[in-house]
Write a protein that binds this ligand. Sequence first.
Ligand code: SER
Length: 326
Amino acid sequence: MERILVIGANGQIGSELVDALAAKHGAENVIAADIGPRSLYGAKMYEVIDVLNAERLIAIAEQYQITQVYQLAALLSATAEQAPLKAWTLNMDGLLNILELARLRGEVSKPLKVFWPSSIAAFGPNTPSQDTPQFTVMDPSTIYGISKLAGERLCEYYFKKYGIDVRSIRYPGIISYKSPPGGGTTDYAIAIFYAALRGESYPCFLEAETTLPMIYMPDAIRATILLMDAPADKLSIRSSYNVAGLSFNPQELALVIKQNLPGFDIHYVPDSRQAIAASWPQSMDDTIARNDWGWKAEIDLQYLVIDMLRNLKISQPSQIGLTIAA
Ligand code: SER
């Protein structure tokens, strides 16, 4: 039986992963944790945890006899540029605390199995941008990307040196409707839906033809669980796996939204996030993930747009100016 701790449970991935893990392993076996107020999602337990507090992590792991940790607490790319030192400390020390926790638990019971998210941001301007290979030039230019690349090296180091069963995905930009955009460069592709449903022209902070790798949340959750379920001896990558969903640019996304909401309009006011996006891949080669653990994305752009528009109306009515009848 697994006992699973999800740190960063209030975030974009965490909130949906907690539900999926609770459905799979039982709500009583999932502990949601974050620095903010209690929000359980599908879990039965919630703990206020600062991932920078190593002693508290050790105490919680003992209290609940934790067997798996998902360490999702981090600052995203655009937010991190506003506070680089804070981002470095949270993103790096947070991961290190979890890797050390996994190692130390191995001395008293079983070592913990760890999931940690990397990102397309670990690549940089000299990385081949089309079908970016698993192994290639990595010269990230954002503090977020630098922390992801360093984190990948730490994951592989802890696997090789201490045998820690750590698994990771280089997520594309994740699109979802359950939580509002959270400071990422790819988050234009979420914010655009709020504007569309409010009947506003969307001021896009990226240029029209800035293609980026993206993935819809149900595919991202499925990838995460597939990877965590895979037999350890099938995994050839212990840094972080390339995973592809779909690739599109703001103009292409706007076109599909317009097919569903004919009045929708977009205009372009690129800001500092354009340079970040321009340094990232446009599409990913995920052959190794396909071969090692059977990954294959399922969701296309048409489905994503229709599903986002339908579900945003239901899950975020106040954000898009709808009132719900009492
Ligand atoms: N979606 C993230 C961001 O834009 C990239 O991992 O910051």
